[in-house]
Design a protein. Structure first.
Length: 328
Protein backbone atom coordinates (compact mmCIF):
# COMPACT_ATOMS: atom_id res chain seq x y z
CA UNK A 1 0.00 0.00 0.00
CA UNK A 2 1.40 3.38 -0.93
CA UNK A 3 2.18 5.91 1.79
CA UNK A 4 -0.43 8.32 0.33
CA UNK A 5 -3.15 5.66 0.31
CA UNK A 6 -2.23 4.58 3.85
CA UNK A 7 -2.46 8.18 5.07
CA UNK A 8 -5.84 8.59 3.40
CA UNK A 9 -7.18 5.42 4.99
CA UNK A 10 -5.93 6.42 8.43
CA UNK A 11 -7.50 9.87 8.11
CA UNK A 12 -10.80 8.31 7.07
CA UNK A 13 -10.71 5.91 10.00
CA UNK A 14 -10.46 8.82 12.42
CA UNK A 15 -13.23 10.76 10.68
CA UNK A 16 -15.76 7.92 10.51
CA UNK A 17 -16.56 7.81 14.27
CA UNK A 18 -17.03 11.57 14.31
CA UNK A 19 -19.32 11.42 11.27
CA UNK A 20 -21.31 8.56 12.78
CA UNK A 21 -21.61 10.42 16.08
CA UNK A 22 -22.86 13.54 14.31
CA UNK A 23 -25.38 11.48 12.35
CA UNK A 24 -26.65 9.85 15.54
CA UNK A 25 -27.15 13.10 17.40
CA UNK A 26 -30.75 14.28 17.58
CA UNK A 27 -31.76 17.61 16.18
CA UNK A 28 -31.63 20.54 18.54
CA UNK A 29 -35.25 21.48 19.19
CA UNK A 30 -36.18 25.11 19.77
CA UNK A 31 -39.73 25.67 21.05
CA UNK A 32 -40.99 29.26 20.87
CA UNK A 33 -44.36 30.18 22.38
CA UNK A 34 -46.49 33.28 22.83
CA UNK A 35 -48.92 33.96 25.68
CA UNK A 36 -52.11 35.95 25.14
CA UNK A 37 -52.00 35.95 21.33
CA UNK A 38 -54.19 39.03 20.88
CA UNK A 39 -52.55 41.95 19.01
CA UNK A 40 -53.34 41.39 15.34
CA UNK A 41 -50.22 43.26 14.18
CA UNK A 42 -48.09 40.85 16.21
CA UNK A 43 -50.00 37.86 14.86
CA UNK A 44 -48.85 38.98 11.40
CA UNK A 45 -45.33 39.77 12.57
CA UNK A 46 -44.84 36.40 14.26
CA UNK A 47 -46.31 34.45 11.35
CA UNK A 48 -44.01 36.28 8.92
CA UNK A 49 -41.01 35.58 11.18
CA UNK A 50 -41.89 31.89 11.23
CA UNK A 51 -42.47 31.64 7.49
CA UNK A 52 -39.18 33.38 6.73
CA UNK A 53 -37.23 30.93 8.87
CA UNK A 54 -39.08 27.64 8.46
CA UNK A 55 -40.28 27.70 12.08
CA UNK A 56 -43.50 26.70 13.82
CA UNK A 57 -44.64 28.45 17.01
CA UNK A 58 -47.15 27.75 19.77
CA UNK A 59 -49.81 30.36 20.54
CA UNK A 60 -51.39 30.19 24.01
CA UNK A 61 -54.62 32.09 23.38
CA UNK A 62 -56.55 34.00 26.04
CA UNK A 63 -60.17 33.55 25.03
CA UNK A 64 -61.44 36.93 26.27
CA UNK A 65 -59.86 38.37 23.13
CA UNK A 66 -62.61 36.58 21.18
CA UNK A 67 -65.39 37.98 23.39
CA UNK A 68 -67.48 40.91 22.18
CA UNK A 69 -69.50 43.16 24.47
CA UNK A 70 -72.33 40.68 24.98
CA UNK A 71 -69.95 37.83 25.80
CA UNK A 72 -67.97 40.09 28.11
CA UNK A 73 -71.03 40.74 30.25
CA UNK A 74 -71.73 37.02 30.51
CA UNK A 75 -68.18 35.86 31.31
CA UNK A 76 -67.48 34.94 34.92
CA UNK A 77 -64.21 33.30 35.91
CA UNK A 78 -64.01 31.18 39.07
CA UNK A 79 -64.25 33.34 42.22
CA UNK A 80 -64.44 36.54 40.16
CA UNK A 81 -67.11 39.10 39.41
CA UNK A 82 -69.03 38.77 36.15
CA UNK A 83 -67.44 40.75 33.31
CA UNK A 84 -63.96 40.86 34.86
CA UNK A 85 -60.71 40.00 33.05
CA UNK A 86 -57.13 40.78 34.02
CA UNK A 87 -56.16 41.25 30.37
CA UNK A 88 -59.29 42.91 29.02
CA UNK A 89 -61.51 41.92 26.12
CA UNK A 90 -61.71 42.48 22.38
CA UNK A 91 -62.47 46.09 21.52
CA UNK A 92 -64.72 45.45 18.50
CA UNK A 93 -66.23 42.75 16.33
CA UNK A 94 -63.91 43.76 13.48
CA UNK A 95 -60.92 43.16 15.73
CA UNK A 96 -62.26 39.69 16.53
CA UNK A 97 -62.85 38.95 12.85
CA UNK A 98 -59.23 39.83 12.02
CA UNK A 99 -57.96 37.80 14.97
CA UNK A 100 -59.97 34.75 13.90
CA UNK A 101 -58.41 35.00 10.46
CA UNK A 102 -54.94 35.05 12.01
CA UNK A 103 -55.70 32.09 14.26
CA UNK A 104 -57.07 30.03 11.40
CA UNK A 105 -54.24 30.83 9.02
CA UNK A 106 -51.66 30.14 11.72
CA UNK A 107 -53.26 26.73 12.22
CA UNK A 108 -53.12 26.04 8.47
CA UNK A 109 -49.45 27.08 8.46
CA UNK A 110 -48.66 24.38 11.03
CA UNK A 111 -48.55 26.35 14.26
CA UNK A 112 -50.05 25.16 17.55
CA UNK A 113 -53.21 26.89 18.75
CA UNK A 114 -53.31 26.24 22.49
CA UNK A 115 -55.06 27.53 25.59
CA UNK A 116 -54.06 30.23 28.06
CA UNK A 117 -57.54 30.00 29.64
CA UNK A 118 -59.63 33.17 29.41
CA UNK A 119 -59.34 36.08 31.83
CA UNK A 120 -55.72 35.50 32.94
CA UNK A 121 -56.37 34.83 36.62
CA UNK A 122 -54.00 33.28 39.12
CA UNK A 123 -55.34 29.76 39.57
CA UNK A 124 -52.89 28.37 42.09
CA UNK A 125 -55.73 27.87 44.61
CA UNK A 126 -58.31 26.69 42.07
CA UNK A 127 -59.98 23.32 42.39
CA UNK A 128 -60.46 20.78 39.63
CA UNK A 129 -64.00 22.13 39.18
CA UNK A 130 -62.69 25.70 38.87
CA UNK A 131 -60.23 24.76 36.16
CA UNK A 132 -62.86 22.69 34.36
CA UNK A 133 -65.22 25.67 34.34
CA UNK A 134 -62.58 27.95 32.83
CA UNK A 135 -61.62 25.33 30.23
CA UNK A 136 -65.30 24.90 29.33
CA UNK A 137 -65.62 28.66 28.78
CA UNK A 138 -62.53 28.63 26.57
CA UNK A 139 -63.94 25.77 24.51
CA UNK A 140 -67.43 27.31 24.14
CA UNK A 141 -65.95 30.69 23.18
CA UNK A 142 -63.90 29.17 20.38
CA UNK A 143 -66.78 26.95 19.23
CA UNK A 144 -69.03 29.98 18.65
CA UNK A 145 -66.38 32.58 17.78
CA UNK A 146 -67.14 33.05 14.09
CA UNK A 147 -70.90 32.99 14.52
CA UNK A 148 -70.70 35.56 17.34
CA UNK A 149 -69.33 38.17 14.92
CA UNK A 150 -71.51 37.24 11.97
CA UNK A 151 -68.99 35.25 9.97
CA UNK A 152 -69.22 31.89 8.24
CA UNK A 153 -66.61 29.71 9.89
CA UNK A 154 -64.14 27.82 7.69
CA UNK A 155 -64.56 24.10 7.19
CA UNK A 156 -62.43 22.38 9.79
CA UNK A 157 -62.82 25.00 12.52
CA UNK A 158 -64.95 22.76 14.73
CA UNK A 159 -62.45 19.93 14.37
CA UNK A 160 -59.64 22.28 15.44
CA UNK A 161 -61.60 23.39 18.52
CA UNK A 162 -62.70 19.89 19.50
CA UNK A 163 -59.53 17.96 18.69
CA UNK A 164 -56.69 20.32 17.73
CA UNK A 165 -56.21 22.42 20.86
CA UNK A 166 -53.87 20.09 22.73
CA UNK A 167 -51.88 22.31 25.07
CA UNK A 168 -52.33 24.64 28.03
CA UNK A 169 -50.19 27.15 29.90
CA UNK A 170 -51.41 28.56 33.20
CA UNK A 171 -51.52 32.36 33.50
CA UNK A 172 -48.57 33.64 35.55
CA UNK A 173 -47.18 30.08 35.23
CA UNK A 174 -49.24 29.58 38.36
CA UNK A 175 -50.45 26.00 38.49
CA UNK A 176 -52.46 24.31 41.22
CA UNK A 177 -50.30 22.17 43.47
CA UNK A 178 -51.34 18.52 43.41
CA UNK A 179 -53.55 16.74 40.89
CA UNK A 180 -56.51 19.10 40.42
CA UNK A 181 -55.29 21.04 37.39
CA UNK A 182 -53.89 17.91 35.71
CA UNK A 183 -57.19 16.08 36.21
CA UNK A 184 -59.10 19.02 34.70
CA UNK A 185 -56.68 19.18 31.77
CA UNK A 186 -57.25 15.51 31.02
CA UNK A 187 -61.01 15.95 31.15
CA UNK A 188 -60.75 18.93 28.79
CA UNK A 189 -58.79 16.87 26.24
CA UNK A 190 -55.38 18.48 26.65
CA UNK A 191 -52.34 16.27 26.16
CA UNK A 192 -49.59 18.66 27.28
CA UNK A 193 -49.05 21.44 29.78
CA UNK A 194 -46.32 24.11 29.58
CA UNK A 195 -46.71 25.78 32.98
CA UNK A 196 -43.59 24.59 34.80
CA UNK A 197 -40.29 26.36 35.42
CA UNK A 198 -37.10 24.27 35.42
CA UNK A 199 -33.58 24.99 36.72
CA UNK A 200 -32.28 24.87 33.16
CA UNK A 201 -33.40 23.37 29.85
CA UNK A 202 -34.99 20.04 30.78
CA UNK A 203 -36.78 17.18 29.10
CA UNK A 204 -40.55 17.11 29.66
CA UNK A 205 -42.05 14.64 32.10
CA UNK A 206 -45.30 12.72 31.95
CA UNK A 207 -47.67 13.17 34.88
CA UNK A 208 -50.86 11.10 34.90
CA UNK A 209 -51.12 11.17 31.12
CA UNK A 210 -50.23 14.85 30.65
CA UNK A 211 -46.81 15.72 29.20
CA UNK A 212 -45.45 18.63 31.23
CA UNK A 213 -42.95 21.15 29.85
CA UNK A 214 -41.18 23.94 31.72
CA UNK A 215 -39.64 27.25 30.72
CA UNK A 216 -35.99 27.12 31.83
CA UNK A 217 -33.91 29.38 33.98
CA UNK A 218 -31.08 30.67 31.75
CA UNK A 219 -28.01 32.82 32.58
CA UNK A 220 -28.42 36.49 31.66
CA UNK A 221 -26.53 39.74 32.01
CA UNK A 222 -22.98 40.63 33.09
CA UNK A 223 -23.23 38.38 36.16
CA UNK A 224 -25.10 35.61 34.30
CA UNK A 225 -27.75 35.55 36.99
CA UNK A 226 -30.45 32.96 36.13
CA UNK A 227 -33.80 34.20 34.84
CA UNK A 228 -36.85 32.52 33.36
CA UNK A 229 -36.45 32.43 29.59
CA UNK A 230 -39.40 34.75 28.97
CA UNK A 231 -39.66 38.33 27.74
CA UNK A 232 -41.67 39.63 30.69
CA UNK A 233 -39.06 38.46 33.19
CA UNK A 234 -36.35 40.21 31.18
CA UNK A 235 -38.52 43.35 31.09
CA UNK A 236 -38.78 43.37 34.87
CA UNK A 237 -35.06 42.78 35.35
CA UNK A 238 -33.89 45.28 32.76
CA UNK A 239 -36.21 48.20 33.53
CA UNK A 240 -38.20 47.18 36.61
CA UNK A 241 -41.23 46.61 34.41
CA UNK A 242 -41.28 50.23 33.21
CA UNK A 243 -41.02 50.99 29.51
CA UNK A 244 -37.51 52.21 28.60
CA UNK A 245 -37.09 52.79 24.88
CA UNK A 246 -33.84 54.74 25.27
CA UNK A 247 -31.97 51.58 26.25
CA UNK A 248 -33.86 49.28 23.90
CA UNK A 249 -30.79 48.31 21.86
CA UNK A 250 -28.87 47.34 24.99
CA UNK A 251 -31.77 45.23 26.24
CA UNK A 252 -32.03 43.54 22.86
CA UNK A 253 -28.34 42.64 22.87
CA UNK A 254 -28.53 41.29 26.42
CA UNK A 255 -31.59 39.20 25.60
CA UNK A 256 -30.08 37.84 22.39
CA UNK A 257 -26.84 36.96 24.17
CA UNK A 258 -28.79 35.05 26.84
CA UNK A 259 -30.91 33.20 24.26
CA UNK A 260 -27.88 32.35 22.12
CA UNK A 261 -25.77 31.19 25.07
CA UNK A 262 -28.59 28.89 26.20
CA UNK A 263 -28.94 27.56 22.66
CA UNK A 264 -25.20 27.05 22.13
CA UNK A 265 -24.84 25.10 25.38
CA UNK A 266 -27.50 22.58 24.36
CA UNK A 267 -26.47 22.52 20.70
CA UNK A 268 -22.93 21.55 21.65
CA UNK A 269 -24.05 19.29 24.48
CA UNK A 270 -26.96 17.00 25.25
CA UNK A 271 -29.37 18.77 22.88
CA UNK A 272 -32.12 19.14 25.42
CA UNK A 273 -34.95 21.18 23.82
CA UNK A 274 -34.69 24.93 24.42
CA UNK A 275 -37.98 26.61 25.31
CA UNK A 276 -38.46 30.38 25.27
CA UNK A 277 -41.66 32.29 26.01
CA UNK A 278 -42.96 35.64 24.78
CA UNK A 279 -46.06 37.82 24.91
CA UNK A 280 -47.97 39.75 22.30
CA UNK A 281 -46.55 42.97 23.75
CA UNK A 282 -43.36 44.59 22.45
CA UNK A 283 -41.79 45.52 25.78
CA UNK A 284 -38.94 48.05 25.99
CA UNK A 285 -39.45 49.21 22.42
CA UNK A 286 -39.59 45.71 20.97
CA UNK A 287 -36.20 44.67 22.36
CA UNK A 288 -37.19 41.08 23.09
CA UNK A 289 -39.01 40.45 19.84
CA UNK A 290 -35.97 41.73 17.94
CA UNK A 291 -33.75 39.41 19.99
CA UNK A 292 -36.10 36.55 19.15
CA UNK A 293 -36.00 37.41 15.45
CA UNK A 294 -32.20 37.37 15.54
CA UNK A 295 -32.14 33.98 17.24
CA UNK A 296 -34.69 32.39 14.93
CA UNK A 297 -32.96 33.81 11.85
CA UNK A 298 -29.62 32.48 13.10
CA UNK A 299 -30.48 28.94 14.16
CA UNK A 300 -33.70 27.71 12.55
CA UNK A 301 -32.20 27.27 9.08
CA UNK A 302 -29.56 24.82 10.32
CA UNK A 303 -30.00 21.25 9.11
CA UNK A 304 -29.61 19.83 12.63
CA UNK A 305 -32.01 22.28 14.29
CA UNK A 306 -35.82 22.12 14.32
CA UNK A 307 -37.83 25.14 15.47
CA UNK A 308 -41.09 23.43 16.26
CA UNK A 309 -44.35 23.71 18.16
CA UNK A 310 -44.94 21.75 21.34
CA UNK A 311 -47.16 19.28 19.47
CA UNK A 312 -44.42 18.64 16.92
CA UNK A 313 -41.76 18.34 19.62
CA UNK A 314 -43.54 15.59 21.57
CA UNK A 315 -43.14 12.71 19.06
CA UNK A 316 -39.57 13.80 18.34
CA UNK A 317 -38.76 13.63 22.06
CA UNK A 318 -40.60 10.32 22.45
CA UNK A 319 -38.54 8.88 19.58
CA UNK A 320 -35.42 9.71 21.57
CA UNK A 321 -36.72 7.64 24.49
CA UNK A 322 -36.20 10.57 26.83
CA UNK A 323 -39.73 11.09 28.14
CA UNK A 324 -39.90 10.25 31.84
CA UNK A 325 -42.64 9.76 34.39
CA UNK A 326 -42.83 12.64 36.82
CA UNK A 327 -42.38 12.33 40.53
CA UNK A 328 -44.08 15.68 41.06
Amino acid sequence: MSRLLLSTCLAASFLLPAIAEAADRPKQLVIISFDGAHDNALWLKSREMAAKNGAHFTYFLSCTFLMNEAAKKAYQAPHQKRGKSNVGFAQSDDEIRERLGNIWHAHLEGHDISSHACGHFDGRLWSEADWSAEYATFHATLKNAWKSVGLQEPAGWQDLVDHGVKGFRAPYLSATAGADMIAAEKRAGFTYDASLVTKGPAMPVEEDGIIRFGLPLIPEGPNEKPIIGMDYNLFVRHSKGEEDTADSAEFEDRAYAAFKEAFDKQYAGARVPLQLGFHFVEMNGGAYWRALDRLVSDVCHRADVACVSYSEAIPMIEARGRLQTSGL
